[in-house]
Design a protein around this ligand. Structure first.
Ligand code: 13P
Length: 252
């Protein structure tokens, strides 16, 4: 049985004080509950402060990006071991904003995924089609190419430690959520890809999150689909009440 996993991607939002307040508020509201896995992914400059705010809680810390090299002359970049040093368990890799705004390729993302896993960080690897690709009937092939490219070379054991996030680009920050049936169809495709690339055990174990305009009002229906194992939440992760509402949706 895959335990639901709700992660908040705060993106480039909030001040230090707001980040700490949000993290503390979530830790307080979540209390001792461990039936749903929860993580928050603040901007990297606030990781340390947020780590302190959630210490003693069941909330895990995640980063939004990293570089694949271990150390050296890479101005502005952050390594996997640095993220671990400030308390990260997870790292989001290949988010569509990094793919399409910052120009990250599947090959670059794959290097990061390999480096994260080698260092013991759990990657949340994002895939998803743009609107024109969906309209051209290319969703399945785009997602397959991203899956095969971003996750190339992973052992079965490494794949089981990896979380996949399906985030249709047209549903991110737009208020346009994929219907539960649209999302479930892609999640089912991804699980088939896991089965054909690995085996049924791996396919049954890997968690696949949905991301794109998830809110308290649509969370339960999306998370009730057989192959949707959690959510990667942007806008609605910035308010305690909304994020808690989505976590409640995972319990429904
Ligand atoms: P929104 O929830 O704001 O649509 O963002 C989704 C997302 O990109 C999470 O990584």
């Amino acid at each position: 049985m895959r335990r639901k996993f709700i992660a908040g991607n705060w993106k480039m939002n909030l001040s230090r004080a707001e980040s700490v307040a949000l993290a503390s508020g979530l830790a307080q509201q979540l209390g001792d509950a461990t039936d749903v896995d929860v993580a928050v992914c603040p901007p990297s400059v606030y990781l340390d402060a947020v780590h302190q705010a959630i210490s003693g809680s069941h909330i895990a810390l995640g980063a939004q990006n990293m570089y694949h090299e271990a150390a050296g002359a890479y101005t502005g970049e952050i390594s996997a071991s640095m993220l671990q040093d400030v308390g990260c368990a997870y790292v989001i890799l290949g988010h569509s904003e990094r793919r399409h705004v910052l120009g990250e390729t599947d090959a670059a993302i794959n290097l990061k995924v390999q480096a994260a896993l080698a260092a013991g960080l759990l990657p949340i690897v994002c895939v998803g089609e743009k609107l024109e690709e969906r309209e051209a009937g290319q969703t399945a092939s785009v997602v397959k190419t991203q899956f095969e490219g971003s996750l190339a070379g992973l052992t079965a054991e490494q794949m089981q430690q990896t979380v996949i996030a399906y985030e249709p680009v047209w549903a991110i920050g737009t208020g346009k959520v994929a219907s539960p049936a649209q999302a479930e169809a892609v999640h089912a495709d991804l699980r088939k890809l896991l089965e054909t690339s690995y085996n049924s055990e791996v396919a049954a174990a890997v968690r696949i999150q949905y991301g794109g305009s998830v809110k308290p009002s649509n969370a339960a229906e999306l998370l009730g689909q057989p192959n949707i194992d959690g959510a990667l939440v942007g806008g609605a992760s910035l308010k305690v009440e909304d994020f808690m509402g989505i976590i409640s949706g995972a319990r429904a």
